[in-house]
Structures are given as structure tokens and as C-alpha cells.
Write a protein that binds this ligand. Structure first.
Ligand code: PNS
Length: 164
């Protein structure tokens, strides 16, 4: 039984994240989506909200579960007995940050292997922060997020869900 962990802040989960999760779910028997608390990032959505949105958005993928975590990624991976971490890689700008995290995680625990899946071109420049910005200014984010996330963003920013 091969299991993988897809970690992130998921503030909120986007179609780009879902693409990586779906592809990981085709490769591995089980995929755990680990939602980090990430208090240093000052997330728009609470930890509980991000977990709930990730659960709803992945509900149709049968071998995926969603778990919150507040400890180090390597500690969480050990706690749930997963040794493979899967991350998405978008434009080259992601590389340095991901390279640093992978190297540090390896220093913290060399039992964890990190694999990268490249984002397809249509999601290359999609990020949670861009989605939050578009939604905050009242733009249409329906092509970038699941309907449950779109609704949550509208509620967060006090927008009317009925589009003209
Ligand atoms: O979606 P993000 O915010 O780019 O994901 C980053 C995340 C959550 C994977 C990273 O910040 C993380 O692993 N956080 C858990 C705490 C931790 O282990 N920090 C040290 C990483 S070297």
C-alpha cells in the first residue's frame, strides 16, 4: 500500500492544487492532503475552514483524505506513517522556495522523500493569493476553484453570489 502526503496551506484550495492531488491519487493507493496551520502566513480562511473546503473539493476522489496539522511537516508525515511527500511545481519561481523546503525537510528527516509534479500550463500561474485577490475585487473565480470555494470566498468578502 503506497501512500503519499500532499501538504499545503490551501488558503483556499484551487483547481491547481486539485490537479496535483488527482494526479497523485492516480499514482498512489492513498493520498493524504495535509492542511498546515501556517499562522505566519496570516491566512484568510481559518485552519478549520481550509480543511473543510479541501474536504468538500476532494470529496469525489475516493482515495483522498484531508487532515489538518500544526507540527513540522516531517513530524506529521511520521505521525501518519507516510514517507513520500508530493508537491506541485509551477513556474521556475517556485523552484527556489521548494528546493529550500525540500533540503530543510531532508535535514530534519532523511526518511521523507519529496516528489514534484509539474503543473500543466493552464495552472502554471494560478495561486491561492491570486484567487483571493480576484475574489476580493469581485472578479469571477469560477474557473479557478470548486463551487464550494467560490461560495466561501463570496461569503468572506460579503459579495452577492448571483452574478449578472
Ligand atoms: O501551500 P504552501 O503554503 O506553499 O505550503 C507550504 C507548507 C505548508 C508545505 C510548508 O510551509 C510546511 O511544510 N509547513 C509546516 C511547518 C514546517 O514543517 N515548516 C518547515 C518547512 S522546511
Amino acid at each position: 500500500m503506497k501512500r503519499a502526503l500532499v501538504p499545503g496551506t490551501f488558503d483556499p484550495i484551487t483547481e491547481g492544487h486539485l490537479d496535483i492531488i488527482r494526479r497523485a491519487a492516480q499514482i498512489f493507493d492513498e493520498v493524504v492532503v495535509g492542511v498546515a496551520e501556517s499562522p505566519n502566513k496570516g491566512p484568510l480562511f481559518s485552519h478549520e475552514e481550509r480543511v473543510e473546503l479541501a474536504r468538500q473539493a476532494t470529496a469525489d476522489i475516493k482515495n483522498v483524505s484531508v487532515e489538518p496539522f500544526t507540527e513540522l511537516l516531517v513530524e506529521f508525515a511520521q505521525r501518519i506513517d507516510v514517507s513520500v511527500v508530493v508537491k506541485g511545481l509551477r513556474a521556475i519561481t517556485d523552484f527556489e522556495y521548494e528546493f529550500q523546503m525540500t533540503a530543510l525537510n531532508y535535514e530534519l528527516s532523511n526518511e521523507i522523500e519529496t516528489l514534484f509534479i509539474m503543473a500543466p500550463p493552464k495552472f502554471m500561474f494560478l495561486s491561492s493569493s491570486i484567487v483571493r485577490e480576484i475574489a476580493r475585487l469581485g472578479g469571477d473565480v469560477s474557473q479557478f476553484v470548486s463551487p464550494c470555494v467560490e461560495t466561501a470566498l463570496e461569503q468572506k468578502f460579503g459579495l452577492n453570489s448571483a452574478r449578472g
